[in-house]
Write a protein that binds this ligand. Structure first.
Ligand code: HEM
Ligand code: MYR
Length: 415
């Protein structure tokens, strides 16, 4: 049996929080291995990156999700009792519920709502002082996703719900007030949506057929039972929160257009170029750092032993930056996707493998579609300046964002 390289420190939790996106990659490079062991949250943990590792990680016979996600992540980002922590038939049943929402027509409807919202907002931006793109996008996506999902949202509540949804995303990997804001936000948002689910079920808040609210409120599990309303709320939040989180990728896309202005021309009226650009934004920029699972039953892989119950972390960011998969991974080069088949275990910003059978992100197509629309809107429907500001990404902070979220000035509708 090969010896798995090991981190020497008695516990690496703080090192992980401090090093952020590069934690696993740096150690893989130091040890010359895409597998190593460490201790995180006081428990032995195996860290992995790369294509073979991703393929292994998404093997349902070898890994489970029950008890894999640290509690601090469940209490903020994912909630408890939702699809992320399910296995076997319970998972396939719940996942099918999500995938049934993601029809091409529904994705198109969401995109259309977003484009309409963009058109309306340009007018406000034209007469506004500096526009914080990230904050604007957060509010726009909150309005759009609620309208799409059948969730009533009075104009007076948009700001509050956008702040809540952001708070959940910003909280899982930090210690202190930002973490607690995320927990409070989750508590409030779950109460709001559990109440809505209840009112929908009794007919007081009718949901449009096929909307996320209708599908989740009416979903019956394998035994024919409705979801408990708190779990239904967790699942509805699993639609609202991540759609709003696409604002982060859109802000990264705007940053990439600013840093690589030649692509403004290229993405205009060229769907393929826009697709390559968006794929490179998802590959290059840091967002969801790692996925977590537990060994379901002991096995050996590449000469290393994986004991039953061991927590395993797959480096999503590190796989997207793996030097053997992506030549010059630290360069932003959308053209690398020209003629390249997108492999399910190589480009994994939203997880790998199969959407139905495994835990790969249910909203990946929505994300790509919305990002393409944002890129097209930035490049074709408006002109703007990006004034001098600190645009440095902080890879130590999860999630990473330029400090003030990208400010635009002199916004004008393109003639
Ligand atoms: C799962 C990332 C957008 C819904 C995941 C996973 C990642 C991820 C890494 C977990 C993969 C794993 O555990 O193996 C992202 C990123 C997004 C995004 C970076 C960009 C904003 C969305 C959107 C939706 C969505 C727009 C819904 C409309 C979900 C759901 C799961 C999931 C329901 C759980 C899937 C399962 O456990 O089977 N996402 N996601 N995500 N995502 Fe996303
Ligand atoms: C979503 O809302 O589900 C999609 C975007 C979430 C991004 C969260 C980034 C930081 C997460 C750190 C979690 C560590 C998981 C082991």
């Amino acid at each position: 049996m090969a010896t798995m390289p090991a981190d020497r420190s008695p516990d690496s939790t703080l090192a992980l929080l401090r090093a952020g996106y590069r934690f696993i990659g740096e150690r893989c490079e130091r040890y010359g291995s895409d597998v190593f062991r460490t201790r995180i949250l006081l428990a032995p943990t195996i860290c992995l990156r790369g294509r073979p590792a991703a393929e292994l990680f998404y093997d349902n016979d070898r890994f489970q999700r029950a008890t894999a996600m640290p509690l601090r992540v469940q209490r903020t980002l994912t909630g408890r009792g939702g699809v992320q922590g399910l296995d076997g038939s319970e998972h396939s049943d719940r996942k099918a519920m999500f995938m049934s929402i993601m029809t091409p027509a529904a994705i198109q409807r969401l995109g259309q709502l977003f484009d309409d919202e963009w058109r309306t907002r340009i007018t406000a931006w034209e007469s506004a002082a500096p526009v914080s793109l990230y904050d604007e996008l957060g509010r726009m996506l909150t309005r759009v996703v609620c309208a799409w999902a059948g969730v009533p949202l009075p104009a007076s509540q948009v700001e509050r719900r956008a702040v809540e949804l952001h708070a959940m995303i910003e909280a899982p990997a930090v210690i202190g007030p930002r973490h607690w804001r995320g927990r409070l936000a989750r508590y409030r948002a779950e109460r709001w949506l559990a109440d809505l689910i209840e009112r929908t079920r009794v007919g007081f808040a009718p949901a449009p057929a096929g909307s996320a609210l209708a599908v989740i409120a009416e979903h019956r599990d394998g035994r024919g039972n409705l979801l408990p309303r708190r779990i239904a709320a967790v699942e509805l939040l699993n639609v609202l929160r991540p759609v709003v989180a696409v604002d982060q990728y859109m802000t990264f896309a705007a940053l990439a257009l600013h840093d690589h202005p030649a692509w403004r021309e290229r993405v205009r009226d060229d769907d393929e170029a826009a697709e390559h650009f968006v794929q490179e934004v998802r590959r290059y920029y840091p967002f969801f750092p790692i996925a977590a699972a537990r060994v379901r039953r002991s096995f050996d892989w590449q000469g290393h032993h994986f004991p039953k119950g061991r927590r395993v972390l797959l480096d999503l960011y590190g796989t997207n930056h793996h030097p053997t998969l992506w030549p010059q991974p630290e360069l932003f080069r959308p053209e690398r996707f020209a003629g390249r088949r997108v492999d399910p275990f190589e480009l994994i910003p939203q997880g790998g493998g199969d959407h139905w059978a495994g835990h790969r992100c249910a909203g990946e197509w929505i994300t790509i579609d919305l990002m393409k629309r944002a890129v097209t809107n930035l490049a074709t429907t408006m002109r703007y300046d990006v004034p001098v500001q600190n645009l440095a990404l902080d890879l130590h902070r999860m999630p990473a964002l330029p400090p003030l979220g990208l400010t635009l000035t002199n916004v004008h509708r393109a003639a």
